[in-house]
Structure formats: C-alpha cells, structure tokens
Design a protein around this ligand. Structure first.
Ligand code: F6P
Length: 357
C-alpha cells in the first residue's frame, strides 16, 4: 500500500489536473494499492491538515479542465520559516501532518517558489516528487513547463486579434504579456503573433531605440506597429538602479503597469496614437492545449513510476526531448531566463524584430 499526498501551489496554470490525473492513472494501472490525500489550496492544506481523500473518480474527466481540483495559493518561501499569526511553526506542522497520515511521498506541482519549499521539505526528511508547472517556463532544470504552451496560444490569439484592428486604424498597439522576471512567454507569443517589437525583462530597452524602430516601420509604409511587452520589461536606465532605488522610484510611478508608461513615452515622442491591451490572467485560464495535455500526462506517468520505484527527491522534467528526473536541489532557487544571446533572440532579430536594445 502506498499513501500519497498531493498539492498544487502558486499561481495556477493549465494542465495541473492533467498532470495529477497522469500520476494517479499510472499508479492505478499498477498492482500496488494506493491512497491519495489531496491537500487543499497549496501548502496551506499541508500546514493546516486540510485534505480530502481522493479516489479514481475525482480524477476522471479532468484531462481537459483548466485550474486545479485541489485549489492553489501562494505561501512565499521566505515566510515558511516564520510562525503564523497563532505562533504555529509551519514547517513542523507540515512534517507532522505528513507523518500523522503515514504518507510515503508528497507529489507537489508548482513553479519556482513552490520548488524552494519542496526542496526544504526534502531536506527535512520528507519524500518529495515535483512536477514543473508555470506559464512562465522559467523553472531551472527543464526545457519546458506545462501551462506554457497553452499560455503562448492565448497570448498569441490576443496579438492576432490586435493585428486586424491595428491595420484598420494605423495605431501602435502594445499587448502586455505575463512574466515579471522572465520573457519566454512574451518572446514566443511575440514571434508567433508577428509582433514588430518585443520587450522582455532580460533585455532592457531604450525608449529611443523603440521609437526608432516604430519610425523605421512608418518610413517603410507600415501604418501600424505591434509590440509584445512583458509585465517585467525594464528600461536601460531603470535596470541600472539597485532593487531599493527602483522600489523607491516605483512609489511615485503613476502608471498601472509598464505598458502604460511605455505607451505614454511613445505618444510624447511620436505624437502617434498608442493603445494598450492586457490579457492578464486569461493567459492562465481555460482548457490546456493538446501539447500541454500530452506533456503533463507524460510527466505525471513518470512521477507515478518514480513512486512505484520508491525513488524520491526529484523534479520530473524535460531535457533534449526526453522526460528526465532532476535532483530537487539542482532546481530549487534558480530561474531559467532568456539569454540576450540566445539563438531564438538572434533569429527574431534576423527577421527584423526589434528588442529596443
Ligand atoms: O504564475 C506565474 C504568473 O502568472 C506570472 O506570469 C504573473 O506575473 C504572476 O503569476 C501573476 O500572479 P498573481 O496571479 O498572483 O497575480
């Protein structure tokens, strides 16, 4: 008999359910008896012992469903070692609940913050297997995370829709794509949607270079320009500031988001009409795309296999087109960022896309 705990933590994304279903289907295809404990709303469920015993029925029909049947929440890693408002030691509480239920393993689905806590639980002696989820595709140790391709589809659809109206009106349009620290989503959706300018956090922009690219398009006879801008796009001058200085500067920032600031600067410098579209959380919503359904199912199956083999302490990831197991300590605390020298960036530049650098 195996007793497995499961939780989904951090911002949700598409295919969380597909991945959990993959794990459970794999286990139920084996001769092993399995009990599944689903902890609700992320690590909170494990801290406060809030769980449901799940059966195969709970995982039926969820392959195509977005969101997570377990609910999710963000419990920042830096707060894990701090007692809660009632003085509860969260880490001890998680360990106690794990041992009380006599769990063999926790299957934890999450992104960067989630992996830091998962690794800490491993260091604390719990058996942990993780699955890489996030629309940001910024987890170290895996070429791909599930949720990413679905989000690329949604952000691309958004840019596609903007294209038709942009061509009618001859305006500049900015589509703000999710990603505070990394630009994979913006880069891929930007290329797929035929954006003319892509701004990502890893390549600080110079507003004059952005304007130059817009003017060059106008000089070539293009009536409109489409920009894909990451939530975390940053100007060259701001990139030089320390974290503290930037925080101070942002206190007096009147713009709702970076795209509005860029739009304002472009309007002032060109006199052209600029419009901002923010698809926001729609990028994390809806049904997972077929790629993510397949990918999450494969990862889930491998996680099931690890459980049956009693091998713990790994994230199941994807490297060079193979499903792989990556030691958790190699993953935790590291971001996979877009290198300004990446071939995909060079190729985007080769087809005329400006990064405003
Ligand atoms: O989960 C990743 C992500 O969607 C980022 O792309 C985005 O910046 C952030 O989460 C939004 O977080 P929240 O849902 O907490 O507003």
């Amino acid at each position: 008999m195996k007793r497995i705990g499961m939780l989904t933590s951090g911002g949700d994304c598409q295919a969380l359910n597909a991945a959990m279903r993959g794990v459970v289907k794999c286990l139920s295809c084996s001769s092993e008896d399995v009990e599944i404990y689903g902890f609700l709303d992320g690590y909170k469920g494990l801290i406060y012992g809030d769980f449901r015993i799940l059966t195969g029925h709970d995982f039926a029909g969820i392959l195509t469903k977005g969101g997570t049947i377990l609910g999710s929440s963000r419990t920042p890693f830096k707060l894990m070692r701090e007692p809660d408002e009632n003085g509860l030691d969260k880490v001890e509480a998680m360990k106690q609940n794990y041992h009380k239920l006599k769990l063999d393993c926790m299957v934890i689905l999450g992104g960067n913050g989630t992996h830091k806590t998962a690794n800490m639980l491993r260091e604390e002696g719990l058996n942990v297997i993780t699955l890489p989820k996030t629309i940001d595709n910024d987890l170290w140790g895996t070429d791909m995370t599930f949720g990413f391709q679905s989000a690329v589809n949604i952000a691309t659809d958004c840019i596609d829709c903007i294209h038709t109206t942009a061509s009618s009106h001859g305006r500049i349009f900015i589509v703000e794509v999710m990603g505070h620290k990394v630009g994979w989503l913006t880069l891929n959706a930007g290329i797929a949607g035929g954006a003319d300018i892509i701004l990502i956090p890893e390549i600080p922009y110079d507003i004059d270079s952005v304007v130059k690219a817009i003017n060059a398009r106008a000089a070539r006879g293009s009536r409109f320009t489409i920009m894909a801008v990451a939530e975390g796009a940053i100007s060259k001058e701001d990139a030089k500031l320390s974290k503290k200085e930037l925080k101070e500067k942002m206190k007096n920032n009147p713009y709702p988001s970076v795209s509005y600031e860029i739009a304002d600067k472009i309007m002032k410098k060109t006199g052209m009409d600029v419009r901002v579209t923010v698809p926001g959380h729609t990028q994390r919503g809806g049904s997972p795309c077929p790629y993510d359904r397949v990918f999450a199912t494969r990862l889930g199956a491998e996680a099931g296999k690890l459980i049956l083999q009693g091998e713990y302490g790994f994230m199941v990831g994807y490297k060079n087109r193979e499903i792989v197991r990556v030691p958790l300590e190699e993953v935790a605390g590291k971001l996979k960022m877009v290198s300004p020298d990446a071939t995909i960036v060079k190729e985007a530049k080769m087809v005329g896309i400006s990064f405003g650098d």
